[in-house]
Design a protein around this ligand. Structure first.
Ligand SMILES: [Fe+2]
Ligand SMILES: [Fe+2]
Length: 250
């Protein structure tokens, strides 16, 4: 699969699909309308246990399936991971469970209660800081309640490549390149200050402090460009500063 390929989507002529290499054997598949407010990143980890981070909407399942198929056989996916119970994170979970018979969802204990009703197959429930062996790499779950948002929120960290999959953390508008040498962290902070999709306050502070204990080489957001080490450090510091400044207002 050549990096940077762009094609028309299967579901809609307005849907743009672009696949890029985020790191060795880790792909970013971005879906969105070219002029849409935000686009949606899905991350495919190709390892002995292939893993998809962010399962996407039901309506874009066919396009995401086709993009994964350009890289590997999607029916052999082993793990399906996402941060919190929301349509862009896991709307298509049951479609993946149906089409990938060995796949298991990886969730924390709070999300598990939603999946007991919603999912067609039981998830694997992980404890805070529990690690799953993927093969060459390992995936660790961190419980981060209400961060970026929702009580059930967790984040996943790929330990060898030091990639934090940040879900809505560091969201930027629009269809962005996989990396941006300019200052995507400034756009991310401005959007958070304008929209407050992450609630200000003690949970945000606790979440940032928890991930700051990690060695983060790449902060891979669900929406927008991934942040490199320096951009990530600047973003997290400025987010904490904004939380101190604005969090007391809520
Ligand atoms: Fe979300
Ligand atoms: Fe999202």
């Amino acid at each position: 699969m050549p990096a940077g390929r762009t094609s028309g989507g299967m579901m809609s002529v307005l849907l743009q699909v672009q696949t890029d290499l985020l790191a060795e054997n880790v792909y970013r598949i971005c879906l969105g309308e070219p002029d849409g407010f935000i686009a949606f990143n899905h991350f495919l980890i190709v390892d002995e246990c292939p893993t998809l981070i962010h399962l996407g909407h039901q309506q874009t399942f066919d396009a995401l399936w086709a993009a994964v198929r350009d890289i590997m056989d999607p029916s052999t996916l082993r793990y399906l991971a996402f941060s919190h119970y929301e349509a862009d994170e896991c709307g298509a979970l049951n479609q993946w469970l149906k089409m990938a018979p060995a796949a298991e969802a990886l969730v924390g204990k709070i999300c598990a209660s939603s999946l007991q009703d919603f999912a067609q197959r039981s998830p694997r429930v992980l404890k805070d800081q529990e690690t799953v062996q993927l093969g060459v790499d390992q995936l660790r779950l961190l419980e981060t309640p209400h961060f970026p948002h929702n009580w059930d929120a967790c984040l996943f960290y790929l330990t060898e490549k030091r990639i934090l999959f940040g879900s809505d953390l560091a969201t930027q508008k629009g269809f962005q390149p996989v990396f941006d040498p300019a200052a995507p962290e400034q756009a991310a902070l401005a959007l958070q200050e304008a929209m407050t999709f992450m609630p200000w306050g003690p949970h945000l502070a606790a979440g940032v402090q928890k991930i700051c204990a990690l060695d983060i080489e790449i902060l891979a957001s669900m929406h927008g460009s991934a942040l490199n080490r320096e951009q990530s450090q600047r973003f997290l510091a400025s987010l904490l500063e904004a939380n101190d400044r604005l969090g007391r207002m809520f």
